[in-house]
Design a protein around this ligand. Structure first.
Ligand code: PLP
Length: 379
């Protein structure tokens, strides 16, 4: 018997309450009962995104909302500033390119957060930049970017919006959209929302909606104006992933029951415990200065085969962790703790890490990581 566990930063493990709801017989998406579900989802998403405005839901993976955040916000000839500190930052640039938008990159060393002053300098010297695209949590490196500080800067420019990919940020740490003045926040279902992949979210400020009004880039499925009109009638423009919507209502109920702040505190604790364990094992964090609470990226020590370590997690323990992508391939493993994860989940994955490292010949005191984690988890 091999029990399986997901410790990848998406998809993540799911609560039984959500799984059971999604297993119910399917309903029709134009029934009054489904409209009631959408109405509840709209309220739950506003609570989670901390916004008074509508949070649009699309049946797609998170990248769909990212694409929409380019095609609905910008117009031909606009320039975009893109923070490139990992795979997902690069994706913003790729989407811009696909739409013929010139993007100016700010390249950030992988594992480091962007310095807000660099954004300020770029905006000052390039008045034609209409949008700043970045991640709240760059999942490929485990970095958290200073969103609040950057929003303070972008806010001063009436003709520039700030677009945040919070796909591994929403439901993990505090991102009060309205309070901080974020213009577009996108997310996805298979992360802290405790759902399978298949839903993407986009919330827009009043300022961003003004950009949508004048945007002339081509769009069809990811048409924010059209979807807003449908949402306001508790409808979807097309056939939505009905079972995922039913699951979403349940997941949002669970989040509301636990309370937003408690959810953030839980993630903080799990992340701190994981980081402490890593240090106690003599390992290094890939993003030591500004780590995201969504996942912990761990540098593979000298003499250990990173890919083999990742494979052994699954072969020996049925645990899926993520390896490094692109230039970080073979150099890191990424252990996730976003969504439906509790204290003992982290003890388990740290214990597995210890047993595998020991077997692979890495020297440390067995139990040192678990002990460090437990001390934090008990506090
Ligand atoms: C920060 C971030 N952005 C974008 C994506 C892409 O989302 P999807 O794979 O759902 O399209 C991911 C998925 O891992 C992510 O973590």
């Amino acid at each position: 018997m091999k029990k399986k566990y997901l410790f990848s930063p998406g998809p993540t493990m799911l609560p039984p309450e959500v799984l059971l709801k999604m297993a119910e017989p399917i309903m029709h998406h134009r029934e009054p009962e489904f409209e009631k579900i959408i109405a509840e989802i709209r309220e739950g998403l506003k609570y989670l995104f901390q916004t008074k405005n509508e949070v649009l839901v699309f049946t797609s993976s998170g990248t769909g909302a990212m694409e929409g955040a380019v095609s609905n916000i910008l117009s031909g000839g606009d320039k975009a500033l893109v923070v490139r500190g990992g795979k997902f930052g690069e994706r913003w640039g790729e989407i811009c390119k696909a739409y013929g938008v010139e993007s100016i990159p700010i390249d950030v060393e992988w594992g480091k957060a962007v310095d807000p002053l660099r954004i300020q300098e770029m905006l000052e010297s390039n008045p034609s930049i209409r949008a700043v695209y970045l991640q709240a949590s760059e999942t490929s490196t485990g970095v958290k970017h200073p969103i609040k500080e950057i929003a303070e800067i972008v806010k001063k420019y009436d003709e520039t919006v700030m677009v945040v990919d919070a796909i591994t940020g929403i439901g993990v740490f505090d991102i009060p959209m309205d309070q901080w003045g974020l213009d577009v926040v996108v997310s996805g279902s298979q992360k802290a929302l405790m759902l399978p992949p298949g839903l993407a979210f986009a919330a827009l400020s009043d300022k961003a909606w003004r950009f949508v009004e004048r945007s002339n880039l081509p769009k069809y499925y990811f048409d924010f104006k059209k979807e807003l009109k449908s949402a306001q009638k508790n409808q979807n423009s097309y056939t939505p992933a009905i079972s995922l919507f039913v699951g979403l209502r349940e997941a949002l109920n669970l989040i509301r029951k636990e309370g937003r702040e408690s959810v953030f505190r839980r993630h903080e604790k799990l992340a701190e415990a994981t980081r402490a364990a890593v240090r106690a094992l003599g390992l290094e964090l890939y993003a030591p200065d500004s780590p995201s609470n969504a996942l912990t990226a761990v540098k593979i020590p000298q003499g250990i085969d990173g890919e083999r370590l990742k494979d052994l997690f699954f072969e020996k323990f049925g645990i899926t962790v993520a390896e490094g992508q692109d230039r970080a391939k073979g150099k890191i493993i990424r252990i996730a703790h976003l969504g439906y994860y509790g204290k003992l989940d982290m003890v388990m994955v740290i214990s597995a890490l210890e047993m595998l490292l020991k077997e692979m010949g890495y020297g440390f005191d067995l139990g040192a990581g678990v002990k460090a984690a437990e001390e934090i988890l008990m506090a």
